[in-house]
Design a protein around this ligand. Structure first.
Ligand code: GRF
Length: 202
């Protein structure tokens, strides 16, 4: 049986698209059963709709408190009974309710090589620091900002004439490949978490 993926998005959804394309092959071992967003009108939701995948939007501003939003998001995700929740360019931190409901099977992709450059501006921060190599990280979400146990990483060179945009595009190409490879293995082989060490396979 295919693993059930719920994917959360906030933007253009190129990582989501890579997952949708991978899941089109039954041998991949996973299916995207729903796509959720924190805002309407984004390209990522259009990609889900084009693929015939149900969508939902849970906006922070529609709730009195951040905790209420977090609990509502957790509930929407739970309704789709995910085996793995993939945050793919989801630009919000999930909170206590979400982690209580789904913790341990939520992964996020970050456009830097953790533990370097956590937060919203991974490519810009790498460029400003002057590193020659950066990349992307898939991690199991915990209560911190990009601090969770690492599932996979992929390195990307920084070129002399890079801008934030060219660097981020190069990272995103590596990010899609990393995501597809690692989520597919998680779906087909399972994974275990031992402290900070993630092991794919049974
Ligand atoms: C990715 O680089 C993700 O890591 C970052 O934002 C980008 C999302 O891109 N936080 P997309 O929406 O999947 O195209």
């Amino acid at each position: 049986m295919s693993a059930r993926l719920v994917v959360l998005v906030s933007g253009s959804g190129t990582n989501l698209q890579a997952l949708l394309d991978a899941c089109a092959d039954p041998a991949y071992g996973a299916e995207v059963v729903a796509v959720g967003a924190d805002r309407p009108g984004i390209e990522a939701l259009e990609r889900a709709e084009r693929a015939g995948v149900p969508t939902f939007v849970v906006g922070v501003k529609d709730f009195a408190t951040r905790d209420a939003w977090d609990a509502a998001l957790a509930g929407e995700v739970a309704a789709h009974r995910p085996d793995v929740v993939v945050l793919a360019g989801f630009m919000k931190l999930v909170g206590e309710s979400f982690l209580a409901a789904h913790g341990g099977r939520v992964v996020n992709t970050h456009p830097a090589l953790s533990p370097a450059f956590p937060g919203m501006h991974g490519p810009a921060d790498a460029l400003a620091y002057g590193v020659k190599v950066t990349g992307c990280t898939l991690f199991v979400v915990d209560a911190g900002v990009d601090t969770g146990a690492i599932v996979a990483q992929s390195a990307v060179p920084v070129e002399d004439d890079d801008t934030v945009e060219t660097l981020h595009e190069r990272i995103k190409a590596a990010e899609r490949a990393m995501l597809i490879e690692a989520v597919g293995r998680m779906a087909r082989e399972g994974f275990t978490l031992d402290g900070r060490r993630v092991r794919l396979g049974r």
